[in-house]
Design a protein. Structure first.
Length: 417
């Protein structure tokens, strides 16, 4: 039996997410390694001509002796290993995941009608346009005279990220707002590699191969962008994970939470940068990090934003959602879902130990159920992922009813298109 399109689409999203995680691990791992290597270089007698420092390392049963040249060795090697595809692959797979999950599923994950009434096309246009325009603004700032004032530039970058986080939250759902802020930041990082760091490095290499003196300004420019990437890495990981945690994305203050996460990224990286440079261990940075994290927990408890039950019942369904609500078997499925799932997935959960609806998903009203049709089908129909450990004793016949209802509604929707 050939899986239906929903299952195929879900597996495609899973595959892209898998690739995205693998490439992100490779990129972040190599970035962390080279930062630690660069900061740990030591002067030593007998270094080759032009060498800035050396580092001895042991791994996998062998010893590695590494020299760094600020410009280049006397003789350029025939082969150079360029660390670029880790960054490019991470961004490309992330962009594909954004399209598959948030663009194709705009009505469910991207658009929040309570914030702004958008068509799918409008939402996608804002999503893509913000990433491109954000990079252009950042790049212009870096190329201005502010490039000579790295501390001021870093503060402006922080302000820009906070403003973008607030702006995304005014337009998109909370889940999409933080995810887009992560995509915005990752776009800056990868564009730094593609448009600035790699081209500048190629200019230096080509000059050296041609016997021309290398201009040190190219290395200085690349170093500035690399420093930004260094401090943005950890917040990007947090924002990648945030869509799994409603306490982060469903809060009224999610953009402030993101701002504090960027500050945590600075304190954590500052500790490790200082340690790798053998300048001591700044343990006070962990105290600051802990204080920032406590502030984040406090903000999340203040501002869990959820649509009131009365508003949810009154809100009109989209044409696609209406088809699920009108499909054969909907009333039967609604009874099963409210009976087996709503004790946790409600605006005021009454299942012991559950204080907020998991994943911020509500299943109280017919409208809630119609809007979550795809998730219900995948989580409680074709799989038994929900209820967890089947704590509410959903019967096989009930799961079969969910499958019949979803496929009937899906078939109606495809026929209508």
């Amino acid at each position: 039996m050939i899986p239906d399109i929903t299952i195929i689409w879900e597996w495609m999203a899973f595959a892209i997410r898998w690739v995205h995680v693998i490439t992100a691990v490779a990129w972040i791992g190599s970035s962390f390694y080279f930062i630690a290597l660069d900061l740990g270089l030591q002067k030593a007698p007998g270094l080759p001509k032009g060498a800035h420092g050396e580092e001895w390392q042991v791994h996998g049963g062998g010893f590695y002796h590494i020299n760094k040249y600020l410009v280049a060795p006397e003789r350029m090697p025939e082969h150079l290993t360029w660390f670029k595809w880790e960054s490019y692959s991470t961004w490309l797979s992330g962009a594909a995941l954004l399209m598959v999950t948030y663009w194709a599923g705009a009505e469910l994950f991207l658009i929040d009608p309570s914030k702004m009434e958008l068509s799918q096309f409008q939402a996608i246009l804002i999503s893509a346009g913000s990433l491109a325009i954000g990079w252009l603004i950042y790049d212009t700032l870096c190329k201005s005279k502010l490039g000579e004032q790295p501390t001021v530039l870093m503060l402006l970058l922080f302000v820009a990220l906070v403003v973008m986080g607030w702006g995304y939250d005014q337009v998109f759902s909370g889940r999409a707002a933080l995810l887009h802020l992560g995509a915005f930041t990752a776009t800056i990082m990868t564009a730094n590699v593609f448009f600035i760091i790699m081209p500048n490095q190629r200019i230096v290499v080509n000059d050296l191969k041609a016997g021309r003196p290398a201009d040190p300004k190219y290395g200085k420019i690349a170093k500035l962008r690399s420093t930004h990437n260094n401090y943005l890495t950890l917040p990007v990981i947090f924002l990648m994970l945030s869509n799994h945690y409603p306490l982060a994305f469903a809060s009224e203050y999610n953009w402030l939470i993101a701002a504090l996460v960027f500050l945590m990224g600075v304190t954590i990286r500052h500790f490790f940068n200082t340690m790798h440079a053998r300048k001591g261990e700044l343990w006070w940075t962990w105290l600051v990090t802990a204080i920032l994290f406590i502030m984040i927990m406090f903000l999340s408890s203040l501002g869990l934003r959820q649509e009131p039950l009365e508003t949810a019942e009154a809100r009109a369904l989209t044409p696609l959602e209406a088809r699920f609500a009108q499909a054969e078997g909907f009333d039967e499925v609604s009874g099963y879902v409210t009976g087996r799932c709503s004790m946790c997935h409600s605006r005021e959960p009454f299942y012991e130990g559950i204080y907020h609806a998991p994943k911020g998903l509500f299943l109280e009203t017919p409208g809630d159920i119609a809007r979550a049709a795809r998730e219900i089908y995948l989580q409680a129909g074709v799989t038994d992922a929900m209820p967890p450990a089947n704590v509410s004793f959903m019967e096989p016949e009930e799961r079969d009813a969910i499958i019949r209802w979803y496929r009937a509604a899906r078939g109606t929707a495809l026929a209508a298109n």
